[in-house]
Structure formats: C-alpha cells, structure tokens
Design a protein around this ligand. Structure first.
Ligand code: SF4
Length: 337
C-alpha cells in the first residue's frame, strides 16, 4: 500500500532544533505540501471552523511534528512493562479504533523528532526496572509502522534494542511498510505482531489499511529476516458467517505466511468491545456504521464498557482457539479477552 502522505504539515517550533525535524520540514517543503508552524503539538488550533466530522477527516490527513516531552513511560500490562511512544494516532480510519476514541479531537497523526532522548529514557526505565529483561510496547498510542517512512523511528529502535541483553521491544501493526527493517541486525529482540481480521471486517471497518494479503506478506518478510512474529486477531467480530470467514483468514495465514509450522508463533485474541464514549463518537463519525453498538444486547463489564454476551464470547473463543490449534499445533495463544 502507498505509504501515508499528509495534505498539511504542522511543525512545533522546538522540533526544528532536531535534525529529524528539519529533515521532515525540508522533505514536505520540496513536495509542495502546505506547512504551518505551531506552538505545541498538544494544542493544535485550526484556522477554519469545522464540524466534528470535518475535523476528524482533516486531522487524519495532517501530520504534526513535535518533541515528546513526557519521558516518564506508563505501564503497559499485560503486553509489556512500559509503553514507549514515538508517534501518536495513525493515518488509517478503523471505525472501531479505541485510540481514535481516546484522542477525541486530537486524532491528528503526530510524530516525535527527539528520538535520542526517547532512547535515553528507555535506558533509564531498564535501569529502574529490576527484571532481567524489561519489555517495551511501541504501539500503545499509534501504529508506528504507518509512519516509519517519515521518521525512521522503528529502524533506530531496532538498532538500539538489538544491542541490549536486558530489554525487548514489541510492535503491533496493520501496515506493510517494513522494507527498511529487513536488513537490520535485531538479535530477535523485536517482536512484530500483525493485526489481522476476516475479509468482512477489513473491508467494512478498517478503512485505509493494507489488505490481509499485504499484511501477511509483510509478516512473512519479517519472519524470513529472522524477527519473531505473531498475530493479533482484533477485534474479533461475530458478524454473519464469522466462522467461515475466520477459518478462511487462518487458511490464508498458512498459505501466504507460514507454510511450515513455527514453534514461536503466538496469537493474541481480542473480541470487539465498546464504551458509551466510543459508541457516541463512532456514531458521530460513521453514521452508517455496521458496527453493532447495542448496549441492551451486550454484556456490561463495568466502567461503561460492553462486550459480547457470554454465550457468543464462549463460542468465539472455542471456535477460533480450535482452528488455531488445528492449523498451528505448535503456536501459543497468549490470551483471549
Ligand atoms: S490501524 Fe490501529 S491505530 Fe490506526 S486507525 Fe486502525 S485500529 Fe486505530
């Protein structure tokens, strides 16, 4: 898929103190993309009046270049010990995206140019953690692969983590923008998990994301380059014909990606969920969405969160687990949630 090209670039003044900030500015200036300087990447002020929907569309086509000031990483259980953030949001428009809900109007695609400071902060977190191996999740606030062609941040992190005996990096993605990572030394310290789904879910809800085939080809390239690879089936949706659709998806994983059964392959299974806040935002952004956001027909998990009723959840878990066990006998299912 063609990598993301913004229609507007907003640059925080302080970002130009960094080489990467200046490079990004020069790159988009030479491409003729409009550029505006801003005071802070946290508080973008738009020049025009827009409805929430227009603002969402505009923000998703805007690249904001800033300096990451909060270098005290949050915990990221159960995925990893800490979150490391080199970008925020992503150019895709998945209708169910929890990030797009959490970010509200600040859904614009943000990249941070102070990578060396972020790496220094990683070192400090490794030191203060008393574990033998400290793990970091790179995808808690964005899909970092989607903007890798702009920042090279993952490449820099791969180079960093490859040399560490005491730390590992985890990356989750739907994007296939991985070629710049293939020839790097990585020491198997960086694990990529590809988010995959049934063709109905991809076609209906995952707007502006690479196809399943492209994701699997990218996973296959990384696997051939020796990286540990896993899959996240997320969100699992009980749509009409879901059993056949997820079975077919797993058949394609076998066919395109893993002809041989890998011992270290992992699956993370996350069923669809929504909250009152996400329901309101999704319905405002996608008035015709086919997502089922009916609170009455869902199970309330507390804190305004809704999931499938137990009967449906149990069947999703049973069927998909069984299919994975048949097709990938040596794979490990990390969790179903
Ligand atoms: S690719 Fe991930 S981060 Fe981007 S919109 Fe889709 S769910 Fe959200």
């Amino acid at each position: 898929m063609k990598p993301f090209e913004p229609e507007l670039v907003l640059i925080e003044e302080a970002a130009l103190d960094y080489k990467l900030g200046r490079e990004i500015k020069n790159k988009y200036e030479s491409k003729g993309v409009p550029i505006r300087m801003i005071e802070s990447h946290n508080r973008v002020k738009w020049e025009e009046e827009m409805t929430p929907l227009e603002l969402f569309e505009k923000a998703k086509n805007t690249l904001v270049v800033g300096v990451k000031k909060t270098l005290n990483f949050k915990s990221c259980q159960p995925s990893a010990d800490y979150r490391v953030v080199t970008s925020t949001s992503c150019p895709a428009k998945c209708e169910y995206c929890y990030l797009a809900t959490n970010l509200g109007s600040a859904v614009y695609v943000r990249v941070y140019v102070n990578l060396e400071e972020i790496l220094e902060a990683i070192k400090k977190h490794i030191k203060k953690n008393d574990k033998e191996i400290t793990t970091f999740e790179a995808s808690s606030s964005s899909d970092p692969v989607a903007v890798e062609h702009i920042t090279g941040a993952l490449k820099r992190m791969v180079q960093f983590f490859a040399k560490r005996e005491d730390a590992k990096l985890r990356v989750a993605t739907k994007f296939d923008n991985v070629d710049s990572l293939l020839n790097l030394e990585h020491n198997e310290n960086i694990k990529f998990r590809f988010s995959i789904n049934s063709s109905y879910v991809i076609k209906t809800f995952e707007n502006f994301t690479p196809s399943l085939t492209l994701r699997l080809q990218a996973a296959n390239k990384l696997q051939k380059a020796g990286y540990p690879v896993g899959f996240m089936i997320a969100p699992i949706i009980a749509h009409d014909g879901w059993k056949d659709a997820y079975k077919e998806m797993l058949d394609r994983v076998v066919k395109i990606c893993f002809q041989s059964i890998e011992d270290d392959l992992t699956f993370e299974l996350i069923m669809f969920r929504f909250s009152t806040r996400s329901k309101n935002l999704i319905e405002a952004r996608y008035p015709d969405t086919e997502l089922k956001l009916d609170k009455e027909k869902s199970k309330h998990k507390g804190f305004g969160k809704y999931v499938y009723q137990d009967e449906v959840a149990d069947e999703l878990k049973r069927f998909i687990t069984e299919q994975i066990e048949i097709k990938f006998p040596n794979a490990k299912i990390d969790y179903f949630t």
